[in-house]
Design a protein around this ligand. Structure first.
Ligand code: ADP
Ligand code: MG
Ligand code: ZN
Length: 625
């Protein structure tokens, strides 16, 4: 576009009026005929006008131009003087002033610069100008003390250890002198580590709210832009701003977006940029002098992929683990989020906390909101326990599905689910079955919902085997009652595979492979480093465990065939059975909860996320078909 514009401008404005081109001889003839008004000459080009229009070829007019041959020896000047033709030697006329010419020839370039400026302004949303500088400004959000919705530690619950760790940081930010007097240095980098939704971002904002200091918050992915070098200059800008406002806090959310180990990532493209940004962060963190009171908080849910250089002393050397809340913690979080919700007096938050093992803060907030929405839809005055139950069920199982099943299919599903439930009753130490339903929900046609008595942190081998048997119970029931299997057990089998593989590859529960963890911390998939021989052994061992559990399930259900029939008949009649009804129908007396809970601390890092997954599964011990 600019090229076309350039051409047009030169063409329209700079070519001047059009002239007819005449041969030199014609020109001489016109001089001799006294028909020349005046001429201007530059080197051998001559332009001028005739007194009377002259026709040459198809052209006709008074304005002309011609070219004097270099070999011409005529004395043109004398000739012209004889015929009284005024001669000037200014450059061939364009008619415009020199200033205008200058402007016109620079026009396109000016346009280009203008366009660039406009773009850069827009990208920084009105930041101060400067052609390149504008790109490099950080877009960190600055929260100050008077921000309307200030968050404090009162808004955070259930993660008390993390809160305590950060209380020290808050204290330092409030009274840095107290520490400096003793010569103590505050950690510059604090890394918040924990599964998604546990409140890491919330916690960082609470630190800002508590300490009342400027808080620069930025998500790591915002550092990285299309233009190489921008990320690094944003980092520089951010740190400069924070140092100017010290004591202050920088918060980098989702640090793994740039802090990923430089060695492990072999992807193309934005890599270079990410690396530069990371290097700049490292440099800035090293550049703090002891009395620059800036604390860098960062959050990630994948600490294992972070570059080791980030975790070195002097950088993010403090690690605060934010783990999913336990029962008391969940109750406290529910209390916070129900502060502005009208809750019916019959609602016991402790009870709800018990029914939501494995839920994190974000899930709990969601459930409270969902329950309030359900209550509003029903037109209730207050949110009742039933609303909460529905919200929990919805979050675990998905929405009810309005599909109508034929009698045969319903009967099959009833047997399948009864199989799961009965296994839950018969296997010692299994999580108690809370609910049995053949109402279709989400992706499942029926479900068995079991819930651990307490939060579990560690799983004995027998328990895991029980989990496998329980998951296989549905299929086993089909085999026992119908002598055939259906497709309904697909998701059960996935779960079975996952647990069995973990037992062999992660927990060292296979005598053949021994106490070896075959998984590698790293970027996830395709990072299993072992020989083909081991891979074969792993598959064999998984198969052996699953087959043993399957045999056990079939045996138990065959022995308890009458109970299975009774349970299936009961659920067919009522669609949904609660815990007591299940025990009644099966003719088993409900045991007092006696199962011991083994809860040593989790291994410090790496596998903690996976263990969280497992704990999470447990709520979803609902078995789908
Ligand atoms: P993360 O950054 O760890 O993924 P967030 O801090 O963004 O999680 O949490 C999302 C929301 O969930 C928060 O805004 C808050 O409302 C709620 N939440 C999470 N954890 C807690 C907690 N421990 N106490 C109170 N609310 C929480
Ligand atoms: Mg977050
Ligand atoms: Zn099933």
């Amino acid at each position: 576009m600019l090229l076309a514009l350039n051409y047009l401008i030169t063409f329209v404005f700079m070519s001047g009026p059009s002239r007819i081109t005449v041969p030199y001889t014609t020109f001489l003839a016109q001089v001799n005929a006294d028909n020349i008004n005046d001429i201007t000459a530059q080197s051998n080009s001559i332009q001028g006008d005739f007194k009377k229009p002259v026709t040459y070829g198809s052209a006709n007019g008074t304005l002309f131009q011609t070219e004097r041959p270099v070999f011409a020896t005529d004395n043109l000047e004398t000739l012209l003087q004889q015929h009284n033709v005024p001669i000037s030697a200014t450059p061939p006329g364009t008619g415009g002033s020199p200033l205008l010419n200058l402007l016109l020839s620079f026009g396109p370039a000016l346009l280009l610069i203008g366009g660039f400026l406009y773009l850069s302004r827009r990208m920084t949303a009105g930041g101060p100008g400067g052609i390149l500088g504008a790109f490099g400004q950080s877009r960190a959000t600055l929260y100050t003390a008077d921000s309307a919705n200030r968050i404090t530690f009162n808004d955070v619950a259930g993660i008390d250890e993390a809160k305590q760790d950060l209380a020290e940081v808050v204290d330092f930010l409030k009274t840095p002198e107290k520490y400096q007097k003793l010569g103590a240095q505050i950690p510059h980098g604090v890394l918040l580590v924990g599964p998604p939704g546990t409140g890491k971002t919330l916690l960082a904002r609470a630190v800002a709210g508590e300490s009342n200091r400027p808080f620069f918050s930025l998500s790591a992915s915002e550092f990285v832009e299309a233009i190489v070098g921008v990320g690094a200059s944003r980092v520089r800008d951010l740190f400069a701003k924070a140092k100017a406002a010290a004591p202050s806090i920088i918060f980098i959310d989702e640090l793994d977006a740039i802090g990923r180990s430089r060695a492990s990532s072999a992807t193309f493209g934005a890599n270079d940029e990410r690396e530069q940004t990371l290097n700049q962060i490292l440099t800035e963190m090293d550049g703090f002098t002891p009395n620059q009171n800036v604390v860098v908080l960062a959050a990630t849910n994948r600490p294992e992929v972070l570059d080791p250089a980030l975790l070195r002393p002097g950088r993010f050397d403090r690690r605060v683990t934010v783990s999913p809340p336990d029962k008391a913690g969940r109750e406290a979080i529910l209390r916070i989020h129900t502060r502005n919700v009208k809750v019916a007096p019959n609602v016991d938050l402790a009870d709800i906390a018990g029914a939501t093992a494995g839920f994190v803060g974000a899930d709990l907030r969601n459930i409270v909101n969902e329950a309030a929405l359900i209550a509003a839809r029903k037109g209730e005055e207050m949110v009742t326990r039933a609303d909460f139950d529905e919200a929990i069920e919805r979050s675990v199982l998905g929405l009810r599905r309005p599909i109508v099943l034929g009698a045969d299919e319903r009967r099959l599903i009833a047997y399948h689910e009864s199989g799961h439930a009965l296994m839950g009753l018969l296997i010692p130490g299994a999580d108690p079955v809370k609910k049995l339903t053949i109402v279709p929900r989400g992706l499942s046609l029926g479900s068995t919902y079991s819930q651990p008595i307490d939060d579990r942190y560690n799983y004995p081998e027998a328990y895991l085997r029980g989990r496998i048997s329980l998951a296989l119970g549905g299929r086993a029931a089909e085999e026992v009652a119908y002598g055939a299997v259906t497709t309904g057990a697909e998701s059960d089998l996935q779960q079975v595979n996952q647990v069995a593989r973990s037992m062999v590859a992660r927990f060292g529960m296979s005598p053949k492979i021994g106490p070896i963890n075959l998984t590698q911390p790293g970027d996830g998939a395709a990072s299993e480093h072992f020989s083909d021989e081991t891979a074969r052994l792993l598959d064999e061992e998984v198969r052996r465990i699953v087959e043993e559990c399957h045999r056990e399930a079939v045996r138990l259900l065959t022995e308890n065939r009458d109970r299975l029939d009774r349970l299936a008949a009961a659920v067919l009649k009522k669609d949904t059975l609660d815990q007591d009804e299940i025990y009644d129908a099966a003719g088993i007396s409900r045991p007092a909860s006696t199962r011991p809970v083994i809860a040593p601390p989790l291994p410090a890092n790496g596998s903690s996320k996976r263990d969280g997954d497992l704990a999470r599964d447990e709520v979803g011990s609902e078995i789908q078909r």
